[in-house]
Design a protein around this ligand. Sequence first.
Ligand SMILES: Cc1cc2nc3c(=O)[nH]c(=O)nc-3n(C[C@H](O)[C@H](O)[C@H](O)COP(=O)(O)O)c2cc1C
Length: 144
Amino acid sequence: MSSVKIVYWSGTGNTEAMAQAVADGVKNAGAEAEVIPVAAASVADLASAKAFALGCPSMGAEQLEEGEMEPFMADLESSLGGKSVGLFGSYGWGNQEWMRDWEERCKNAGASVVNGEGIAFLGAPDDATVSALQDLGAALATLA
Ligand SMILES: Cc1cc2nc3c(=O)[nH]c(=O)nc-3n(C[C@H](O)[C@H](O)[C@H](O)COP(=O)(O)O)c2cc1C
């Protein structure tokens, strides 16, 4: 059975809740899901996978969280060619620029962003967003 890794950073739990919804979608589709805080994640694990998900809220000024997620992303970038990547994250007040930049970065590295764009949501995910995240998980399960 294929396994889909969902690597995320979350400070106050919103993006973590989104990660769990993606995992539910993976499992509902009959695959295994691993939800991994980025501090415990390995670039090598993702480099050997065909499809996975990355989650991070908008931090700094429309940036990825700089202590753990940004360095992980920088390390991962050279391994992204040909991968299918699902992106998601919570934000607080901005215009989702961090997500647009993140999508662009993945595409420039040769990855395909699942659904063409990440799932960004203000605050904690609502029911419709949980449903969209579950659909993302199901899509990743078929791609993994
Ligand atoms: C230091 C810091 C910087 C932030 N910068 C932004 C930002 O530039 N744009 C934005 O929309 N939200 C920003 N936020 C809000 C977070 O993205 C928002 O609170 C989000 O829900 C946090 O997700 P989490 O619960 O997964 O940590 C910032 C929050 C913090 C603590």
